[in-house]
Design a protein around this ligand. Structure first.
Ligand SMILES: Nc1nc2c(c(=O)[nH]1)N[C@H]1C(S)=C(S)[C@@H](COP(=O)(O)O)O[C@H]1N2
Ligand SMILES: [Mo]
Length: 258
């Protein structure tokens, strides 16, 4: 399927912006922990199958009309995102970043160390070999970008919940944050971090993750919009202080239509 590259005209990003920190801290928002929006749930609510470009555009337009609070109350965090067959993979898979493909960061894998910090018991740095030796899983899922395109890809890596367990993360903490080799940064809620389809990925389509898709690793969450999925991850930290993200700090909603 060819990405449409069309920005749905009725997406009003400004209207998505709320102070999510206030929302999370209010006791009356306790449901937050239980019902986090998933793409699957949203697809059902908006009546979109997410099976073709038009359906995805309609879906994105619907999502843009809901604010974070509405989303947080409505959805079951344990719902699984749809998976696809090998034949449905989008080829070539699109590249996207806040810069052009010529500026993709180059990370040297041989002396690379993933930093793990914050509320974790084991602050050791990880080599790629150590990460590759962790239990591996694969998924063929749809990546949906707010810019109006979506594509199906196949990613392989270690279940993020498993990784968090190995580093002794405090899973009662609120957020997991990511620092990337470019100036990108992101953060996600702990429920999503522990979701069974959230993978710390090292491969794309059975090959080492290409530079353009986020070498050495990308966090892949089919329950989140594309911009929530950080590429070129250099550091992972666990925190109770809202870390924000590259786009949310410019007005996108923090849940990312998740
Ligand atoms: N480090 C980093 N991660 C990033 C971005 C970025 O610019 N830098 N862009 C995000 C956006 S908006 C999208 S749609 C996806 C694109 O991933 P792809 O190149 O694998 O399609 O990466 C996300 N993660
Ligand atoms: Mo995106």
């Amino acid at each position: 399927m060819k990405p449409s590259n069309r920005v749905p005209s009725d997406i009003d990003l400004a209207s998505l912006s709320i102070d999510v920190r206030g929302e999370l801290d209010m006791p009356s928002r306790r449901l937050f922990g239980k019902r986090i929006l998933t793409l699957g749930g949203l697809a059902m609510l908006t009546g979109c199958s997410l099976s073709d470009d038009k359906s995805v555009d309609t879906f994105l337009a619907s999502v843009s009309r809901m604010n974070d609070r509405v989303q947080a109350w409505l959805f079951d965090p344990n719902r699984l995102a749809p998976t696809y067959t090998e034949a449905q993979i989008t080829r070539p898979f699109p590249f996207n970043a806040f810069y052009g493909i010529d500026e993709v960061p180059h990370v040297d894998g041989s002396d690379f160390r993933l930093k793990v910090s914050g509320l974790v018991r084991n602050r050791k740095d990880w080599t790629l070999a150590e990460l590759y030796a962790l239990p591996q899983a694969e998924q063929i899922t749809r990546h949906i970008c707010v810019e109006g395109w979506s594509a199906i890809g196949r990613w392989g890596g270690t279940p993020f919940a498993e990784f968090l367990k190995r580093v002794g993360a405090d899973t009662s903490a609120k957020y997991v944050g990511f620092k990337c080799a470019d100036d990108y940064y992101e953060s996600i809620d702990m429920r999503t971090a522990l979701h069974p389809q959230t993978l710390l990925t090292f491969t794309f389509d059975g090959q080492q993750l290409p530079e353009k898709y986020g070498y050495p690793m990308k966090l892949r969450m089919p329950t989140k919009l594309g911009y929530k999925n950080p590429k070129h991850i250099m550091e992972i930290f666990v925190t109770n202080t809202f870390p924000g993200g590259y786009w949310v700090d410019q007005g996108y909603n923090w849940f990312g239509g998740s």
